[in-house]
Design a protein around this ligand. Structure first.
Ligand code: ARG
Length: 569
């Protein structure tokens, strides 16, 4: 919790014994208008127990309360107890804190000792890594950073789709029409081509489907020829995937894909049988979920092969035993809601209380020019194309606007990739997003490049200031920053930790993208209205200190979103 909210809650708690600090703090609001103060405590809920009107209670509390030092005053308005910051003190405290804590500003220890497993990205081998997978990757990566900032130990897992019937299809296609050189050169594209070709041919010749199933069964039974092809397809694909991850700046602690659970499913199936949870239907094995209003969860087909759900159940048990997670988060689009609901139920029926710690975090689909992104027919916007397109676009802009910039290529990568990530993260998680080249590459308005540019602008001001002025900035006087425009910037810095906590509580990085945009906009208003380097010395020092604090906060915010903050643009 924000340190000042905590103070407000403590001050209130002293006069409201029937509520504990925790409850009080959830009730504290940030009023919409300045005359209502900076934090407000509503008294409506207390009317019943205290047998007084909410107004009288608010008046009573504000008469008796000991106002924490950082606030200038505390008074009631209607049924609210309103707290007003002492702007001078807040400026000095906040700026001092940011400059001392630097990149750990806004962090906390709330998660110490707790493990969070995050299952994200998870593209399917022999299928393309498309903009749909981008959402999983960047949301998962941002959550990884946000949770880590709050003291949790995160374990990032790439549950690659490296097992399943699609391999049977690709093996058949490869044996009929494949070209080894093409696969080595461009594995993702060539394997996709084979996959698409398979479906075209199978329409004319359905027996290919049987052949594909057979090959997958051979893989599951350990057949050497089948496995060596599978291994080769996977290795080549992972090599190419790693290039994309490097470009995105995303890392995983484990690449334990679906195939990792091959030898771990049998004991789980046995356990399911021992617990009397399995039923058979037409030779297939499943868990009946009718009582819970869901279709059965299929765990084994009639030919003995296992399914996506079997591997998910096994993986969850493995992760619980191996990491003893506090929470395990799964990022996929919402079309998989039922799949997760089904197998989470199975974990519950197996008697594992920790089923409550499994969290599916669904996100909206990505459509491209109004159409769903599909694999089978090969209509996909490949992620690499998007990223390279963005980088090229930034290169052009740099050539036009700042041709003498050092590290042009690095900057183009940071800004181009940042634009794509920010564009994706600024959408509310559950919303469908329509991918268009226009929005992804927009450099104006509420975008990643706008925030990056604001950060670079702050860096540039600091570069121009003399060393002496910067060192004096540490002893700045808060009274020079009490005007409304400066105060707005300081308030955004003050609320930074709340927005990180909120983003974590709701598993919603867009809360943080919104906050860094707000901070960047507030700062640009400040910069537009207030000269910094040409101000009188004392005022200049205070303003420089604010510039430094904004720079620090923006760069931390971007880094929590998985976006770089170049110093020059
Ligand atoms: N490979 C799957 C897909 O692309 C996503 C896997 C998500 N993780 C999981 N444990 N099921 O749809």
């Amino acid at each position: 919790m924000n340190q000042y909210k905590k103070m407000v809650a403590a001050a209130i708690a002293a006069h409201v014994p029937e509520l504990d600090m925790r409850e009080i703090s959830t009730m504290i609001e940030t009023p919409p208008e300045a005359h209502m103060g900076d934090y407000a405590f509503p008294c409506f809920r207390l009317a019943k127990t205290m047998r007084k009107s909410p107004q009288l209670i608010a008046e009573d509390i504000s008469n008796k309360i000991i106002c924490p030092d950082i606030f200038e005053k505390c008074m009631n308005e209607g049924a609210y107890v309103n707290f007003f910051f002492n702007r001078k003190k807040l400026a000095e405290e906040m700026i001092g804190q940011v400059l001392a804590e630097k990149e750990s500003f806004g962090s906390s220890k709330e998660g110490n000792g707790k493990i969070i497993c995050i299952d994200y990205s998870a593209p399917n081998i022999a299928k393309p890594f498309h903009v749909g997978h981008l959402r999983s990757t960047v949301i998962g990566n941002a959550l990884y950073k946000i949770y880590s900032h709050l003291g949790y130990t995160c374990i990032g897992i790439n549950h690659l789709g490296d097992w399943g019937t699609q391999f049977g299809k690709v093996i058949v296609a490869y044996r009929n029409w494949g070209d080894a050189k093409a696969i080595e050169k461009e594995p993702i594209q060539s394997l996709l081509d084979l996959y698409v070709k398979f479906h075209e041919e199978a329409e004319k010749n359905p027996s290919l489907e049987d052949e594909a199933r057979e090959w997958f069964t051979r893989m599951e039974k350990g057949d050497e020829e089948a496995l060596s092809l599978w291994k080769w397809f996977s290795t080549e694909t992972i090599k190419e995937l790693e290039k994309i991850y490097a470009l995105l700046g995303v890392k995983f602690d484990y690449y334990t894909g679906e195939s990792f659970y091959n030898d771990k499913m049998e004991p789980v199936l046995r356990d399911l049988a021992d617990k009397n949870l399995l039923t058979e239907s037409q030779g297939a094995t499943m868990i009946d979920l009718e009582a819970f209003g869901m279709p059965p969860c299929l765990v084994q087909k009639s030919d003995g092969s296992t399914l996506y759900a079997t591997r998910d159940i096994t993986a969850a048990i493995y992760r619980k035993n191996t990491y003893d997670f506090f929470k395990c988060l799964y990022l996929t689009d919402y079309s998989q809601k039922l799949h997760f609901a089904q197998w989470f139920k199975v974990i519950e029926l197996m008697g594992y209380e920790w089923h409550l710690d499994l969290l599916h975090l669904p996100f909206g689909r990505v459509t491209h020019e109004g159409r769903r992104i599909q694999t089978r027919k090969g209509t996909v916007v490949l992620l690499e194309e998007v990223l390279n397109g963005a980088i090229d676009r930034v290169k052009e802009i740099i050539e036009e606007k700042n041709p003498n910039l050092e590290n042009k290529l690095e900057t183009a990568v940071a800004v181009g990739v940042g634009a794509v990530i920010f564009n994706d993260l600024s959408n509310n998680r559950i919303k469908d997003i329509s991918f268009s080249w226009e929005t992804a590459f927009s450099f104006e308005g509420e975008t990643g490049p706008y925030v990056q540019y604001t950060h670079a602008r702050a860096c540039s001001v600091l570069r121009k200031a003399s060393e002496a002025a910067i060192s004096q900035a540490n002893h700045m006087e808060g009274q020079y920053l009490t005007d409304d425009i400066s105060y707005e910037v300081i308030r955004k810095i003050e609320q930074f930790s709340d927005s990180i906590a909120d983003a974590k509580n709701k598993n919603e990085p867009s809360i943080l993208t919104r906050h860094v945009i707000d901070l960047a906009q507030a700062f640009n208003r400040f910069y537009h209205d207030h000269p910094v380097l040409n101000a009188e010395p004392e005022q200049r020092n205070a303003r420089l200190a604010l510039v430094a604090a904004v720079k620090e906060t923006l760069s931390t915010g971007l880094s929590l979103l998985g976006i770089q903050a170049p110093e020059k643009m």
